[in-house]
Ligand binder design. Structure first.
Ligand code: P1T
Length: 379
C-alpha cells in the first residue's frame, strides 16, 4: 500500500470489542487476567498498552522498519536508545545536533562513561577519521537543526558498518514522508513525535524504529525497565496526527519553498539555509535521499539586534521553540534551542546571534510572506 494509506490504516484495524473505527484511548494502568498466566496479550501498561502498540506498529511501517517503540519525549527516546551502550563505548556524532541532544551526551552520558567525538559528518573523510576501535555508534541529524546541513546517509551507514558500529539517524525534521533512513542502511531511526508526526503542537513524545529483531528486543527491555513510555492519550494524538502526515508535509514543503525563495530574494537577508534552494551546498544530495525539502529553514539577519527586532515585529509567526506544527513558529537558536551549546562552538557552527529559524506552517503562504515582509522592513 502507499504511504498515505499506511498512515491512515496500519495498526488501526476497527476495535475488536466495539467496531470503533478509531483506536480507543486505553486509559488504564493494568489488564485483568483470566487466570494465572492467561491474558489477552496485555498485563501492565508500562510494558505495553494497546493505544501505544497501535502507534508503534504504525510508525514502524511508515519508516519501513519492523519494530517501533514510543517514548515520553524525543529526548526520552534518544536516552533509551543510548542505553544500548556501555561505559567505555565511543560515539561519533554530528557536530550539529539539537541542543538538548548535545546536553544529554555532554552533561549526562559522558558522566556514565561514554565518550563522544563531534565531527562534520557532511565531510566523509572527517567522519572516517573519527572512528576508534571502541566506536559503537554514529549518531546524526540530517538535515541538522538549525542550519540544515545534510549528511549522505548511505555513505555514513557503510562507514559505520565497516567499523562495526551502528548508524542512528534523527529523522525529526523530514518525517518518514520525505526521508526513510533505514532504506539507506541506517540501523536506528529516532523521532521527536512532538514535531511533524503529531503535527498539531499538542503533545510531547518520541519514537525509535528499527528492523533488527535483536536490537528491538534490547530496546523493548530498556523501554520497560526504564519506563519512559508514551501515555495512551498522547499516543492517540500522534496516531491522529499521522493520518494527515502526507497532506501536511506536502503543504509544509510548498510553503517552505515559497518562504525560502522570498527570503533569498530579500535584500536584508544574508543567507538562507534551505535544502530546496539550488544554492544550498548539498542540494543535489538532498534530492538524492529526500523526496521533498520540508518546512524548516533558517536565515541570517546579520546581528542579535536585527534578530530581536524581527522577532518582535512578526504578528502571524509565533515566537516559540518547537517545530513541525500546522502553525508557523519562529525562533532564535542561539538563545533558545541551542543555548546549551557553548558560545564558541555555536559561532564555529554558524549558529550566530543573527540566525533566525522558521518552522513554516501550512497557513496561506501569502499571509506568511506578508508578515515576514512587514517584519523585515523594521530592520
Ligand atoms: O522535545 P522532545 O520531544 O524531547 O524532542 C527533542 C528533539 C530531538 N531531536 C530533534 C531534531 C529536535 O529538534 C528535538 C526538539 N527540538 C526542539 C524543541 C526545537 O525547537 O528544535
Amino acid at each position: 500500500m502507499g504511504f498515505a494509506t499506511d498512515a491512515i490504516h496500519v495498526g488501526q484495524e476497527p476495535d475488536p470489542a466495539t467496531g470503533a473505527i478509531i483506536v480507543p484511548i486505553y486509559q488504564t494502568s493494568t489488564f485483568v487476567q483470566e487466570e494465572l498466566g492467561k491474558h489477552k496479550g496485555y498485563e501492565y501498561a508500562r510494558t505495553s498498552n494497546p493505544t501505544r502498540a497501535a502507534l508503534e506498529r504504525n510508525l514502524a511501517r511508515l519508516e519501513g522498519g519492523k519494530f517501533g517503540l514510543a517514548f515520553a519525549s524525543g529526548m526520552a527516546a534518544i536516552n533509551a536508545m543510548m542505553s544500548l551502550f556501555k561505559p567505555g563505548d565511543h560515539v561519533v556524532a554530528g557536530h550539529h545536533l539539537y541542543g538538548g541532544t548535545f546536553r544529554l551526551f555532554e552533561h549526562m552520558l559522558k558522566g556514565s562513561g561514554l565518550s563522544f567525538s563531534y565531527v562534520d559528518t557532511t565531510d566523509l573523510d572527517s567522519l572516517e577519521r573519527a572512528f576508534q576501535p571502541n566506536t559503537r555508534l554514529t549518531y546524526i541529524e540530517t538535515p541538522t537543526n538549525p542550519v540544515m546541513e545534510i549528511t549522505d546517509i548511505a555513505a555514513a551507514a557503510s562507514l559505520a558498518h565497516h567499523h562495526r558500529a551502528l548508524l542512528a539517524v534523527d529523522n525529526t525534521f523530514m518525517s518518514p514522508y520525505f526521508q526513510r533512513p533505514l532504506a539507506f542502511g541506517a540501523d536506528i531511526v529516532l523521532h521527536s513525535t512532538t514535531k511533524y508526526l503529531n503535527g498539531h503542537s499538542d503533545g510531547v513524545g518520541g519514537a525509535v524504529i528499527v528492523s533488527d529483531g535483536a536490537l528491538a528486543e534490547r530496546l523493548k527491555f530498556i523501554q520497560n525497565a526504564a519506563g519512559a513510555v508514551l501515555g495512551p492519550m498522547d499516543s492517540w494524538l500522534v496516531l491522529r496526527g499521522v493520518k494527515t502526515l502526507s497532506v501536511r508535509m506536502r503543504q509544509h514543503n510548498e510553503n517552505g519553498m515559497a518562504v525560502a525563495e522570498f527570503l533569498a530574494r530579500h535584500p536584508k537577508v544574508k543567507n538562507v539555509h534551505y535544502p530546496g534552494l539550488p544554492t544550498h551546498p548539498q542540494h543535489e544530495l538532498a534530492k538524492k535521499q529526500m523526496t521533498g525539502f520540508g518546512g524548516m529553514l533558517s536565515f541570517e539577519t546579520g546581528s542579535l539586534e536585527n534578530a530581536k527586532r524581527l522577532l518582535k515585529a512578526v504578528r502571524l509567526c509565533s515566537l516559540a521553540e518547537s517545530l513541525g506544527g500546522v502553525e508557523t513558529l519562529i525562533s532564535h537558536p542561539a538563545t533558545m534551542t541551542h543555548a546549551s551549546v557553548p558560545p564558541d562552538d555555536r559561532r564555529r557552527l554558524g549558529i550566530t546571534d543573527g540566525l533566525v529559524r522558521i518552522s513554516v506552517g501550512i497557513e496561506d503562504v501569502e499571509d506568511l510572506i506578508a508578515d515576514l515582509e512587514h517584519a523585515l522592513a523594521m530592520l
